[in-house]
Design a protein around this ligand. Structure first.
Ligand code: NI
Length: 257
């Protein structure tokens, strides 16, 4: 038995992969990586995500404008995202959300862009991939305004209580290599609290590399370390955990088996 992994969040359009993108991606299937979702961060990165999905059979794309990249947002961007979302293998709107750590974009603008894209997810009946950094309360309030939208909080950083509330609202929780860090008490508690069928795993490559690669450039093969840690927390074999999280991701993004 070996692991069958789904990295539900990785940014291969990022410049950190400019020198060896094809090499890194082509090596993934041999590391047990069966599927990758590459979310966009702005219009250009969303276009590149769609291009990667076209090129690699195991890559799927999400399209969206990240709160750190929403400074030039116009409502015309929605039409562009709608057109991109109609491309083959686009499985979600993301990544979208709120980031109050970086202060470049005013909170009101971030909230407006987040709401517009959640409305697009609802219109297109696509799941949403949400980035929430130091904005838990406002993210929850805005998500509650869209009861018809399903989504995932990626790189989850909230409390166990918040995770359970999201699960109650029908949402998924996704964990990164943070689970493997020594100071990861909050993420560990959330992973223990969330039912296994509502959990997905991801690398958030090129960021957030798990132990023992912490500080290095991340890549989807390292989702194995996230899987192994989650398995330990849930009392499962890593292989079993990889199969369950793969299945969860397939169902969530509606990727046929
Ligand atoms: Ni991301």
């Amino acid at each position: 038995m070996s692991m069958t992994l789904f990295d539900t969040h990785a940014h291969y359009d990022a410049r950190q992969f400019d020198a060896d993108r094809d090499q890194v991606l082509s090596a993934l299937p041999a590391q047990g990586v069966e599927l990758v979702v590459n979310p966009g961060c702005d219009l250009d990165s969303s276009r590149r995500a769609v291009g990667l999905a076209r090129r690699y059979p195991f890559v799927y794309a999400a399209v969206g404008v990240h709160p750190e990249d929403c400074g030039n947002w116009t409502e015309g961007d929605l039409a562009e995202l709608r057109a991109l979302a109609a491309q083959p293998k686009v499985v979600a709107i993301g990544e979208i959300g709120l980031d109050y750590y970086w202060k470049d974009n005013p909170r009101e603008l971030q909230q407006r862009v987040f709401r517009s894209q959640l409305a697009l997810a609802r219109e297109l009946d696509l799941p949403a991939v949400v980035h929430d950094r130091e904005a838990h309360g406002d993210c929850m309030d805005i998500v509650r305004e869209f009861p018809g939208v399903r989504g995932v909080f990626h790189c989850f950083s909230g409390s166990a209580e918040m995770a359970c509330e999201l699960v109650r609202l029908g949402w998924m929780i996704s964990f990164t290599g943070v689970l493997t860090y020594k100071n990861a008490r909050k993420a560990v508690e959330a992973a223990q609290a969330v039912p296994l069928d509502r959990i997905m795993i991801e690398t958030d490559s090129p960021y957030m590399a798990p132990v023992p690669y912490r500080g290095q450039r991340n890549q989807s093969g390292y989702v194995a370390q996230v899987c192994t840690r989650l398995a330990e927390l849930k009392g499962l074999d890593p292989e079993q955990c990889s199969r369950i999280t793969l299945e969860n991701g397939r169902n969530f993004f509606r990727i046929p088996g």
